[in-house]
Design a protein around this ligand. Structure first.
Ligand code: CA
Length: 367
């Protein structure tokens, strides 16, 4: 948008004035270009993350700050960590019903609302971070995500990506696929369904409850994120074995979701700012996860944590079962079928490219 358009949009916003009161208090602008009176928007952001939790909690805070800075204070976002305004898993509902204007979480937490939502966080043996962003921004994924959340009155945005996660912490060794049987594991989303197919018992717990559940034996294992986040929770003090790779979450998108009425009450430039802030956060958080994970991995090694690769037969069984479970969602609705189709076709083509680019290069680099 050039400056002339920018100023014209500001003018339209000022003219629209009181008609834009959907999302909270209106205020007097301070020094807006052109001198028009500017509406300010007071937003609440509810999150599924513990306060200040590295990457997630801090990412939500940074996003709020970025939106406020980019908008020159015309959008002010107050962040509420999990449980402060509503419990973690009620965030989706709270933004849908207007209790908050914005939420920060991960789409697979909402599988009870829409099974198809899971495609927009992580798919077992699915996209890496780079592939996911390619699908979302340039492969039709974003439009399908918007369609999925439209029925709840929400607008989704990608707002972070963890990169490849770890398979998780186990209080007993996994020597073959049979060791997954009877395993009570905190693992959300599709990964949990895959584990269930292989005889395990998946549990969905918010991050803040994991350590205690693992330590007191309520669960036998947990996945969380990767070294940076897992170290912060002290999970190495509650289980002996740390397994890789994160087959179930190879590049998890974290999301911002915005109440549609609140978003539509914004002027065009403010809408663009919210979208751009999320896109910047998506890049920044992936970069931060990558930088911090390897530092934390060194610390965990120094602490004597036993880091193991999942056995081949377990990975093979998990991969084959994942294909079935993911395909099973396609039958949930017409929309789920279209999302699955889009995802599958994009994956086939991007894998063909990444086999001779990313994979070939990483193999060559390792010598
Ligand atoms: Ca995870």
């Amino acid at each position: 948008m050039d400056r002339r358009d920018f100023v014209r949009n500001l003018g339209l916003t000022a003219l629209a004035g009181g008609g834009l009161a959907a999302c909270g208090r209106e205020g007097e602008g301070d020094g807006a270009p052109g001198g028009q009176t500017q509406q300010t928007h007071e937003w609440r952001m509810v999150t599924t993350w513990p306060e200040n939790f590295p990457g997630m909690g801090t990412g939500a805070e940074q996003l709020a700050k970025r939106i406020q800075e980019m908008s020159g204070g015309r959008i002010r976002v107050t962040v509420y960590a999990a449980g402060k305004l509503v419990p973690a898993f009620e965030s989706f509902e709270a933004v849908a019903d207007g209790t908050a204007q914005m939420g920060h979480g991960a789409a697979y937490y909402w599988k009870g609302k829409s099974k198809a939502a899971q495609f927009f966080s992580a798919v077992p043996f699915g996209f890496t971070a780079q592939e996911m962003n390619a699908w979302l921004y340039h492969g039709g994924g974003m439009e399908l995500w918007e369609e999925t959340y439209a029925e709840f009155g929400l607008i989704p945005m990608a707002a972070a990506n963890t990169g490849v996660q770890m398979a998780g912490w186990f209080n007993r060794p996994i020597n073959d696929v049979d060791d997954l049987k009877g395993l009570k594991m905190r693992i959300p989303g599709l990964g949990g369904e895959v584990l269930e197919q292989l005889g395990g018992s998946p549990v969905n717990l918010p991050g803040g409850e994991i350590f205690t559940a693992l330590q007191n034996g309520t669960i036998d294992a947990t996945e969380w994120v990767g070294p940076w986040n897992d170290l912060a929770f002290g999970l190495h003090k509650a289980a002996d074995y740390y397994y890789y790779p994160g087959w179930h979450e190879p590049g998890t998108t974290l999301e911002a979701f915005v109440n549609r009425e609140a978003f539509e009450a914004l002027s065009d430039d403010l809408r663009a700012i919210v979208r751009a802030a999320c896109q910047a956060a998506n890049l920044d958080l992936l970069s931060e996860f990558t930088a911090r994970n390897h530092e934390a991995l060194e610390t965990l090694r120094d602490e004597g944590v036993e880091i193991r690769r999942l056995p081949d037969d377990a990975l093979t069984a998990l991969r084959e079962t994942s294909e079935e479970v993911v395909a099973g969602i396609a039958g949930d609705s017409d929309l789920a079928g279209r999302i699955h189709d889009s995802y599958r076709r994009f994956r086939e083509r991007v894998v063909a490219w990444h086999d001779i680019s990313e994979r070939a290069y990483l193999n060559a680099r390792s010598g």
